[in-house]
Structures are given as structure tokens and as C-alpha cells.
Design a protein around this ligand. Sequence first.
Ligand SMILES: NC(=O)c1ccc[n+]([C@@H]2O[C@H](COP(=O)([O-])OP(=O)(O)OC[C@H]3O[C@@H](n4cnc5c(N)ncnc54)[C@H](OP(=O)(O)O)[C@@H]3O)[C@@H](O)[C@H]2O)c1
Length: 308
Amino acid sequence: MVSIKTVAVLGGTGNLGPSIVRELVSAGFTVTGISRESSTNSTPIYPDVVAIKKVDYNSYDALLSVFTGQDAVVSVIGTAAVPSQKIAVDAAVAAGVKRFIPSEFGINTRKVRDLPIGKILAGKIGVVDYLQEKAKENEAFTWTGITTGLFFDWGLERTGLGVINHQDKTSTIIDSGNEKFPASTLAQIGRAVAKVLQHPDETANKYIATSSFQLSQNELIAVVEELTGQKYPVVKKEKSEDLNKAGEEKLAAGDWRAFIDFLRAYNNADGAGNAIKEEESANKLIGLEYEDLKEEVGKWVKRTQASA
Ligand SMILES: NC(=O)c1ccc[n+]([C@@H]2O[C@H](COP(=O)([O-])OP(=O)(O)OC[C@H]3O[C@@H](n4cnc5c(N)ncnc54)[C@H](OP(=O)(O)O)[C@@H]3O)[C@@H](O)[C@H]2O)c1
């Protein structure tokens, strides 16, 4: 049975990383935070118990040195840097790291290879393909990919998940608004990573799906209305086919903002079928409890009311 005690986190300083570092520390792992040499934001973000090492992500030797003695590497690097993880994978294999968790944490990239959105996610898809190859070549090296759906609390705060317009108390929906999609709070993703590393045998060489809950746009609007006591009327209805068309046009022009159009259509199109079904969910496998949509929206309502 594989045992994981030491964990290096790459790029744990961004939007998601701090939640992963926090949950790993609270689960008892010995965590080392790895940042770019050029990074200016690592020191104030990590808890005191986390050692910080700065390296050049393009230097195999530097990565080999910081990964030596680590049981697992968790990569939370930003989207732009995703392809650079291949050097980290090579260094992890050479350092004797037992588990590599790549920077996925979004839609299931295993399912979109042949879709237009897959062109934008080619870097992530390539890294998971590479991990599969390396695990075949080295029995002691394993990987786990984690799809989590949308960042729920982060997305609600920043963009109302593209549904809730908090400023003018209105809503926007795509198609009927009834299609369910998966979402996870940042803390839940942190717990998912910690629990994967606590269940290394069950999760070895697997691409797994975890979430806080599944929800639809209309369900989100209903809960926001219930908890705020205010109406958020739907003033804009978008069609998923128009979003896909807009995405194609942007992609053809080399504009990577196409991702947002594709993503909104991917999650919300009627019949998309991307909600995580119970039999596909790894929550049970790793002992991760679901969260409650109303409770999480309630936290957002409290925060927005406190800052009003
Ligand atoms: N599901 C969703 O709704 C959702 C939303 C956003 C992101 N994501 C995914 O979640 C993962 C983490 O995203 P995030 O938003 O937390 O990332 P982020 O904040 O953009 O970046 C995370 C860290 O990566 C490092 N980094 C940034 N640019 C880099 C570069 N050019 N080269 C090397 N390292 C760089 C930085 O760490 P240092 O400064 O410490 O080096 C940064 O703090 C990604 O896979 C992303 O696609 C999912």
C-alpha cells in the first residue's frame, strides 16, 4: 500500500492554490510550496508551516532537486503555464515521486478532445496523456486527474457564474436554464485533493470527478431569490448555438476568450449532459461529502450584504 506524507504544491499561490494548501496542511501532510523564481506573491499566502522553495519551472535540474523527498506533487499552476508541467512530470518521475496531480480542476478534459473547446484545452489534455505514458513506463509513478466543474464560490463572487447580475438584480440564462452542471467550492477542491492523497491506491492512474453539487441556472436564480427576498428577473436569454458560433469566430481569429463562450455553452446547453452522475462521481470513493447549494449561496449573500 502506497503512503503519501510529503506533498509539493506548484503554483499554490493563485485563486485555487491556497485552499488546496490549507486543506493539505489541515489533513496532516507536510507541504512544500513551490513558486516561480519571478513570483512575488508566495510568502504572505502560505501558512507558516509550509516551506517555500523558488525555482525556474523550465529547469529540470531545479525541479528534480525540489521534488526529491516528496511523495506527491500537486500542480495548481495557472492555465497559461499548463503545458510547462511536462518538465515537472519528468522531474517528478526521476525524483521518485509516487503521485502527480496535474492542474485540471475544471471541466472533464478527457471528454472534450474532439470539441472546439478541446483545442483551447489541448495543453491540459496533452499533460494527462503524458502522465498516462509515464505511469505505463514506471510502475512506481502514478497520477490522478480531478475534474471539479466550475469554481462555485469564486465564480459566484466574480461573475455571478454568468447567471446572476448582482449589480442590477437581474439574471441571464442560456437555453431553458434547466440543464444541470457540476460545481465545487474552492475549499471542497482542497478537500478532494487531500482525500485523493489519503486514498492513493483507489485513485491511482485515474481521472476522477468530484463536486460540491450539481445545479442548473434556474435553480441558482431560485435560491438567490429565496435567500435575498428579491426578484432577479431573467432579462437576457442566450442560445447555446449562438455562443458556440461566437466561440468559433473568436477561435478562428486567435482570440482565446472563445473559451468563455464555449464553456458557457458546454455547461448550460439543453441536453449537454455534463452533470456528474452518482455512478461517475468519486465523492464516495474518497469519502468526500457533498455540500449544500443553499448553504453556499447563503455565505455569498451574507458577504455581499456585509459589503453593501
Ligand atoms: N473550474 C473553474 O471554474 C476554474 C476557474 C479558474 C481556474 N481553473 C483552473 O484551476 C487551475 C488553477 O487556476 P488558478 O486560477 O488558481 O491559477 P492562477 O491563479 O492563474 O495561477 C496559479 C499560480 O500559477 C503560477 N503561475 C501563474 N502564471 C504562470 C506562468 N506563466 N508560468 C508559471 N507559473 C505561473 C503562479 O504561482 P507562483 O507565482 O507562486 O509561481 C500563480 O499564483 C488551472 O488549471 C485553471 O485552468 C478552473
